[in-house]
Write a protein that binds this ligand. Structure first.
Ligand SMILES: Cc1ncc(COP(=O)(O)O)c(C=O)c1O
Length: 297
């Protein structure tokens, strides 16, 4: 088992320890990445933006044509019950829906019993000491697929593009990958959205550039507007990162993480650590998450 002992998993109607959570080798989620997932956080005993996550999940399930047993209300209950069983005020939640067991071969019509799984545990995407100093990022040689190949706006279980980009980044000694779209514009990081701050304006690529419409991203845009900062959703290139005052990533797993270097080049003011704008957003985010949660009870 690679997870800490307290991890709880909802599977086939029961909440069990991680070691007991098993799935069929004929599940098309395993065989073909045929399914969906969501990553969420518990902050201060409440699930942050639970309904937004469930709405995105439901939309994704509809796009893939996978019916959700028990619907959105059933999922909501599963998430809250599993989070309560975990019993910590801070946690990471991974919700999955697989196509279910079927015959070998990609034909999804052989799968008649979609499976819901909910994992509640801890997660650390980057080394602790880099969370304030900033992570090192390299530009990936893997490009985000076009929406008519594997739509990056759907959180499907088919994450090989992100996995290979992350593997390449780690092999090159970096923490994270900057992934461009087919036109060479910035899409996002492996599992996080990218923000650039320049002259007090916050910029992030729109989802049409190959970015997942992140819930943390939307929250940061809302927070920035509340702070009176100018925000812009616009296409960005690598040069926009090199010329930025500050660069940071957002995601449910990542939270808000400053980026210190891109391809070995220091971003923003050299050796200054987290920039003032990122710090303001991060401080406001700490309050925001407590105001936008669903108590686990
Ligand atoms: C590819 C990708 N981009 C961005 C994000 C950030 O989205 P959110 O803030 O909704 O977690 C994620 C989250 O897992 C992701 O997988």
């Amino acid at each position: 088992m690679t997870q800490e002992d307290r991890t709880k998993v909802w599977i086939e109607g029961r909440i069990v320890e991680a070691a007991e959570a098993k799935i069929s080798v004929f599940d098309h989620g395993l065989l073909y990445g045929d399914g969906l997932f969501e990553g969420m956080r518990v902050y201060g005993g409440s699930v942050f933006r639970l309904d937004d996550h469930l709405r995105r999940f439901e939309r994704g399930a509809r796009a893939l044509g996978i019916p959700i047993p028990g619907g959105r209300d059933g999922l909501r209950q599963i998430v809250l019950d599993t989070a309560r069983a975990y019993g910590e005020d801070e946690a990471y939640i991974r919700l999955l829906l697989t196509r279910g067991q079927g015959a070998l071969g990609v034909d999804p019509t052989t799968c008649v019993d979609p499976q819901r799984i909910c994992i509640v545990t801890r997660i650390a995407l980057y080394p602790e000491e880099k969370l304030s100093r900033g992570i090192d990022m390299v530009t990936s040689s893997y490009r985000r697929p076009a929406p008519d190949a594997v739509d990056p706006a759907t959180k499907s279980l088919n994450y090989l593009n992100s996995v290979l980009a992350k593997r390449e980044a780690r092999l090159r000694g970096a923490d994270e990958a900057l992934i461009l779209n087919a036109r060479g514009a910035v899409a996002e990081a492996s599992v996080a959205n990218v923000f650039v701050c320049r002259d007090g304006t916050l910029m992030t690529p729109p989802s049409s550039e190959g970015a997942l419409p992140g819930i943390t991203r939307a929250s940061v845009l809302e927070i920035a507007e509340g702070l009176g900062l100018e925000t812009r959703e616009c296409p960005l290139g690598r040069m926009d990162l090199f010329s930025a005052d500050e660069v940071f990533l957002t995601g449910s797993g990542a939270r808000i993480v400053p980026v210190a270097t891109l391809d070995g080049e220091c971003l923003g003011e050299k050796d200054k650590g987290m920039g003032p704008l990122t710090r303001r957003i991060l401080d406001a985010f700490a309050d925001f998450v407590l105001e936008h949660g669903t108590p686990i009870g």
